[in-house]
Design a protein around this ligand. Structure first.
Ligand code: ADP
Length: 636
């Protein structure tokens, strides 16, 4: 308990109060900054959570939208509403013997190769004997001639095919070309397992290539390629591929443009190859073919298995586009893929949603959103920083003012004790002298005279002290009245120096006065100015314990005059030279040497000089002495 007492008294001391004040102002503001910081941390976590939740919600809604879109398409499929020609999709119907595509011609090749129903006749055998065994092409052609008029189109087509072949072998190339043209008219009729139109066109290209008839070849190959891509004939994948490759080579083009249709046809082939196709019920699947995402939806109705095969354009236009406003609203991007490692995304796998693709939803501009948040945070931090600075600056200035006040208080109390000391010395001598005189003992005249002189000096000193203090009080309160008149500065300083000399002379001090002639008169209160000079002389004596010579100069400076008092005493450190002009401030010299004083002498000089529109200058160096200059403007 005893230890709390000094603590309590410390808190009651001025510095304790100052510390308490700083604690009370800075403490809460530091707490506030800390709270703000914590709040921001929580805010950031919430912001992240909000972004995550929005993404998850968006993913659910996007999946629901895709489900709806697919159901609509499945309804279309059930009702056999075929996609428009040129759409990036087709519907296929798996019938018992064939696959029907809608729109027709949209399927490049079929799962089932067309079944050739070649009928071998004796006539063909005879022609083949001429052709292959005897190499008698003319005879072979003659043998085939009647068959080209057969009622059976298939026989006609095959006869034409063979005739053209023999003509080529016989070197009758123009004839062969013509025969192939004739054959081409049989178009879809099978000739040796392939549609006559395809075989004839391909053969024409071959002949034209052999003849180097480039232009004709280009036209023929282009027709062939166009018809192939239009799904003109029912072909197996291999037959399509071989012929398309040949045609493209003759044309000198690459096959990239086939990719959309090829992708769809391959997807149909994939579905057809599914095990247990006959029992397939309904389903959804997707795969990437030719760099394109192909989606297959299939259902089994009363008519059998039907499938919608759709490419990316259809997917975008029919299924993804209804989800686009949703994505915009939630500021997310929807992609149909599995999440990669490290992606911040809401993923929905196909096995969970039942959709043919995985769905991946990412925030479109999570960075920008967090940036927005960071902006808000910067603002708050800025406000907190400003608050700290304002509170800090406020506390600092209050603390400074308070510290200054404490210093003044201390100076004042020093002043009071210094004044008491100053009074004590003359009062003590007065009491001793008056007691001695009162004793009534007979004294020698000389001794009595000395006593009276001492009495006079003590009284004088007291009077000067009292007058000085009263004047200082007036100066401080602004009540000092200066009775200014035209004054001869040299004469005034001379009389002050003489008076000072009388007093200080017997203490061994010498004042050398050097007053210039023809100095301009100044407008001044002689008594106040005299006091100022006296104070400087008094200090010069007090702070020069070793060298007892004081130099006083009165001279012209610019348009005015300067009164300089120079000593060779203790001097004043540079850092103190302005400070000592303030009231109650006593310098290090005074403190270390114990020289008595009240700390108001120079403050009074400054008051007086200021009141005369002049300036007070100090030049000093510790150990080398000081020069105080009063510079006053001239004016009578
Ligand atoms: P006081 O002399 O009563 O202390 P002043 O206001 O006259 O008060 O002087 C203030 C301080 O300036 C002194 O305490 C002293 O340290 C310093 N000082 C003044 N005059 C001189 C001087 N001539 N030489 C050295 N120091 C001086």
């Amino acid at each position: 308990m005893a230890s709390t007492k000094p603590l309590r008294s410390w808190f009651r001391s001025p510095y304790g109060l100052l510390a308490a004040f700083l604690l009370l102002t800075l403490g809460p503001s530091v707490g506030l900054v800390w709270l703000g910081w914590r709040l921001l941390d929580q805010d950031r976590a919430l912001e992240n959570q909000r972004i995550d939740e929005r993404r998850e919600r968006a993913a659910d809604q996007v999946v629901a939208s895709l489900q709806r879109a697919l159901q609509t398409s499945e309804l279309d499929l059930a009702q056999l509403r075929a996609p428009a020609a040129g759409d990036d999709a087709l519907i296929v119907e798996f019938k018992a013997s064939e696959v029907v595509a809608y729109p027709s011609g949209s399927l490049l090749f079929r799962p089932e190769a067309s079944t050739p129903h070649d009928v071998s006749t004796n006539a063909f055998r005879e022609a083949e004997t001429y052709e292959f065994q005897h190499r008698d092409y003319e005879r072979a052609i003659s043998a085939l001639q009647p068959l080209t008029r057969s009622p059976d189109t298939s026989i006609r087509a095959r006869a034409l095919l063979r005739m053209a072949r023999n003509q080529r072998k016989a070197g009758q190339l123009d004839l062969a070309l013509r025969t192939y043209t004739e054959l081409a008219a049989y178009d879809k009729t099978a000739a040796d397992g392939l549609p006559a139109g395809l075989v004839a066109r391909r053969a024409r290209c071959d002949v034209l290539a052999g003849l180097s008839r480039r232009q004709d070849l280009a036209k023929e190959a282009s027709d062939l390629y166009t018809l192939l891509r239009r799904g003109q004939w029912r072909l197996s994948q291999a037959a399509y591929d071989v012929h398309a490759a040949e045609a493209a080579a003759w044309l000198g083009v690459n096959r990239d443009s086939e990719a959309p249709v090829l992708a769809l046809a391959e997807a149909v082939a994939w579905l057809a190859a599914q095990e247990g196709r006959e029992t397939l019920d309904s389903g959804r699947a997707s795969s990437v073919r030719h760099n394109r995402l192909v989606t297959v939806l299939w259902t089994r109705g009363s008519e059998g298995l039907r499938a919608l095969v759709a490419g990316p354009r259809y997917l975008e236009g029919r299924w993804l586009s209804p989800a686009a406003p949703l994505a915009d609203r939630h500021r997310v991007t929807v992609t149909l893929k599995e999440p990669g490692p490290g992606t911040v995304a809401a993923g929905r796998s196909a096995s969970v949603t039942g959709l043919p693709w995985p769905v991946l939803v990412v925030n479109r501009d999570a960075k920008a959103e967090l940036e927005e948040f960071a902006g808000r945070r910067r603002l708050l931090l800025g406000a907190l920083a400003l608050l700290t600075v304002v509170v800090g600056a406020g506390s600092y200035s209050v603390a400074r003012a308070y510290a200054r006040e404490i210093a003044v208080m201390r100076l004042q109390s020093d002043f009071v004790s210094a004044v008491s000391h100053e009074f004590r010395t003359p009062l003590t001598s007065l009491r001793q002298l008056s007691e001695t005189l009162n004793e009534g003992r007979p004294l020698e005249d000389e001794r009595r005279a000395r006593y009276y002189q001492a009495l006079d000096r003590a009284t004088n000193r007291l009077q000067k002290l009292v007058e000085g203090l009263l004047d200082f009080g007036r100066m401080e309160s602004g009540a000092m009245v200066y009775r200014k008149q035209g004054v001869d500065a040299a004469a005034l300083v001379t009389s002050v120096v003489n008076e000072f000399h009388r007093e200080a002379g017997d203490r061994g001090y010498r004042v050398d006065l050097n007053a210039a002639d023809d100095l301009p008169a100044i407008h001044a209160d002689p008594e106040a100015l005299g006091r100022a000079v006296w104070n400087l002389l008094d200090n010069a004596e007090k702070y020069s314990p070793e060298c007892k010579t004081v130099q006083v100069d009165v001279e012209r400076e610019g348009a005015g005059i300067a009164i300089r008092v120079q000593d060779h005493g203790l001097g004043i450190p540079a850092a103190e030279q302005q400070e000592v002009l303030r009231k109650f401030v006593r310098g290090t010299a005074a403190h270390t040497t114990g020289i008595k004083g009240t700390g108001i002498g120079l403050a009074m000089v400054k008051h007086i000089v200021d009141a005369h529109g002049g300036s007070l200058r100090v030049q000093s160096a510790p150990g080398a002495g000081s020069t105080f200059s009063i510079v006053l403007p001239a004016g009578g």
